[in-house]
Design a protein. Structure first.
Length: 230
């Protein structure tokens, strides 16, 4: 793991360049992290000790360019400082992310070698790579840092006890697109629903409750009991 200089000699995240110019050449690099974050915003809505960054620079040295994963998850930090939110992420002010996710570009960008080594040296516990271009190997690879080296985990989904979430891939519909997506799972490999699915579930429950209420009212009327008077 890298050593960081004294905080007194380092700039704050607000003083560092943001990562708005990070190049995205694949729409999945935006949609997949967006789906994962949307689920966390509902599943962890009461928690304020986590941050999920998307295409945001992670600074480990103020004199070096940041590492910019497609997304990363950090725990034990403030979810947001104020209404301006985070422009970047400086490791001398924040915790090392517990998870980093890379969606493989249309042009290979060393996700399986150089970037992997960088996250390994930073001490990121889980490094995840998804490649839609793979045909003969798993498209999703989840590696866990064990004794300073990444070890490939075999399951789908992979349960991550340090986070309290599993991550995996399966076919579904998001943003009107039917394909394989990345999702969060519980300890029993049950997938957490997307916000759209949660709305649909709530509507179905409300409809079922209305039908039960109507059946009860009909029974009461058969007994010459006015249901409105109950």
């Amino acid at each position: 793991m890298r050593e960081y200089k004294s905080p007194q000699s380092l700039p704050s995240a607000e003083e560092l360049p943001d990562s708005n110019e990070a190049h995205i050449d694949n729409e999945l690099q935006e949609l997949m992290p967006g789906l994962l974050k949307a689920v966390l915003l509902t599943h962890w809505s009461e928690r304020m000790d986590w941050f999920f960054g998307i295409n945001m620079g992670i600074y480990y040295d103020p004199d070096e360019p940041p590492i910019v994963p497609n997304s990363f998850l950090s725990l034990g930090i403030e979810r947001f400082y104020d209404e301006e939110l985070r422009p970047s992420y400086a490791l001398w002010d924040e915790n090392v992310p517990i998870l980093a996710l890379e969606i493989v570009s249309t042009t290979y960008r060393k996700e399986y070698c150089a970037k992997k080594d960088e996250y390994e040296s930073l001490g990121v516990l889980y490094y995840i790579v998804y490649s839609q271009w793979r045909r003969h190997k798993p498209r999703l690879e989840v590696c866990k840092l064990v004794n300073g080296k990444y070890v490939l985990q075999q399951d789908n989904p992979v349960w991550m006890p340090e986070i309290g979430l599993g991550i995996g891939c399966e076919r579904g519909i998001y943003a009107g697109i039917g394909r394989e997506w990345l999702y969060w799972y519980d300890e029993n490999s049950k997938r957490y629903p997307t916000p759209q699915e949660q709305i649909k579930i709530a509507e179905q429950q409300a409809q079922a409750e209305a039908q039960r209420a109507e059946k009860l009212a009909a029974k009461l009327r058969e007994l010459n009991i006015d249901p409105s008077g109950i």
